[in-house]
Design a protein around this ligand. Structure first.
Ligand SMILES: Cc1ncc(COP(=O)(O)O)c(C=O)c1O
Length: 444
């Protein structure tokens, strides 16, 4: 508890200086002088687009749903590490496990000599797959998990083709980048280096667009060269778009008919973020491969591709060389964090809480923003998109006004037209209610 009687890490914003304060400005300038110029260039473009300065704050520490910047300002973090901090900043449920592992072993020998933490995590993840016999490939990032899935699909089917979706995001290393439907501009500079075997289909935003989406998927599958349909059960970066309930089951049937693998990218939706352990299983399907990342490590870099016995079996038939590995895959610190995270999510019933709290919050957001130029409040669990009239420029300007009031949010969607809200799953509902009022104010 804090002095105000609120639980630690669940306090309302407190701004000592208007953000960004002097120390943030100084550190940001030093970083801009040495970091890849893309970050500063994006900030300038955003300032031009929104008509609002986009100078960054610099984080110093975090606890629960609160972040403190280097000027001592306290914010409420409704982004939570791009959705990865399911348990908030520096969660007490995970910190002791990390401390203990930190005193024992930091790095084992990957695919040669595993750590005991890796054994326990792989067993735990295999149990999370909705059928017996599952196999696990660990990685360090979401993109690693998707890469493992795409490689598995080629081995299992002998076909290089991938069906992916407009608006989807799977990471930016070369394999996943080829399947990035969010914006062509991510792919274009590197097009010559990317797989030419990806077909994009529309992602259905409602019943009325389901038919066109499935038509495109089936047309691609009919070519006979597609080994994987790669799909987000709910679009994350694409703006928290929830597809109609029949979508994933229809993809499952289409993959079965065509002999392709259904790969569900649950890097954003999984582990409770969408109000269920796995959004795909909640939708009634058993994917061949499930990609997990983001929240798995409570902020540490760890990811996993978990797959059925049958789809993973071809790795064993390859013949004596481990052809997919990396120095830090399955590193003990990440494994220890992941085990503690999964245990806490389960023990505290946080996926179910996210479903309840998210539904109430969406209603509250709709009520408070009615008549203020909001196109849509949508999402599932605690991944919520608030799409604004006025597109990306207004969304950016609004996110900035919210930062000025002490609330951290990001914009998402294909045109940046939505505010995307992904707070920790255990955030105090009083903060969410307070935000609904602040958002109404920031929308003007
Ligand atoms: C659905 C989805 N898949 C994959 C990724 C890539 O994860 P990472 O950034 O850890 O590589 C992301 C990241 O935002 C994502 O949202």
């Amino acid at each position: 508890m804090t002095r105000t009687g609120r639980p630690a890490g669940q306090s309302l914003p407190e701004l000592l200086v208007p953000p960004p304060g002097p120390r943030s400005r100084e550190l940001a300038a030093r970083l801009a002088a040495v970091e890849s110029p893309s970050v500063d260039a994006r900030r300038e473009a955003r300032a031009r687009e929104s008509g609002e300065p986009q100078g960054p704050i610099v984080y110093e520490r975090g606890v629960g749903a609160n972040v403190f910047d280097v000027d001592g300002n306290r914010y409420v973090d409704l982004v939570a590490g791009f959705g990865a901090l399911l348990l908030g900043h520096v969660p007490p449920d995970v910190a002791p496990a990390l401390d203990a592992q930190g005193r024992r072993l930091w790095l084992a020998l990957g695919d040669v000599y595993a750590s005991d933490a890796k054994v326990a995590l792989c067993e735990r993840l295999a149990r999370a797959y909705p059928a017996p016999g599952a196999r696990v490939m660990l990685g360090a990032s979401g993109a690693d998990a998707v890469t493992a899935a795409l490689k598995t699909a080629v081995l299992a089917t002998g076909r290089p083709g991938v069906v992916a979706f407009h608006g989807a995001y799977h990471g930016l290393s070369h394999g996943p980048l080829a399947a990035c439907g969010l914006r062509p501009s991510f792919r274009e500079p590197f097009a010559a280096q990317l797989s030419a075997h990806v077909t994009f289909a529309p992602y259905p935003r409602g019943e009325e667009s389901l038919g066109a989406s499935l038509l495109a998927v089936n047309a691609a599958l009919a070519r006979g060269d597609v080994g994987a349909v790669l799909v987000e059960p709910v679009l994350g970066r694409g703006g928290c778009i929830v597809p109609p309930p029949a979508f994933l089951p229809a993809l499952r049937s289409a993959c079965d008919r065509a002999g392709a693998l259904l790969v569900c990218d649950e890097i954003w939706t999984g582990l409770g973020r969408s109000g269920a352990w796995l959004a795909s299983v909640e939708a009634g399907v058993v994917p061949d491969l499930i990609c997990l990342g983001k929240g798995l490590g409570a902020g540490l870099p760890i990811s996993a591709c978990v797959g059925s016995e049958r789809s993973m079996a071809p790795w064993g038939a390859h013949g004596g060389t481990t052809i997919h590995t990396a120095t830090h895959f399955g590193a003990p610190l990440g494994c220890a964090a992941a085990l503690a995270t999964l245990e806490a999510l389960e023990r505290r019933g946080l996926p179910g809480r996210a479903a309840d709290v998210g539904a109430r919050w969406m209603s509250r957001l709709r009520e408070r923003t009615a008549g203020r130029g909001v196109v849509d409040v949508r999402g599932r669990g605690l991944m919520i998109g608030v799409e604004l009239e006025g597109g990306g420029a207004r969304a950016l300007a609004t996110s900035r006004r919210l930062l000025d009031r002490g609330w951290i949010v990001l914009t998402g969607g294909v045109h940046g037209e939505a505010l995307t809200l992904t707070p920790p799953l255990d955030i105090d509902e009083a903060l969410l209610d307070a935000f609904a009022g602040e958002l109404a104010g920031a929308l003007g």
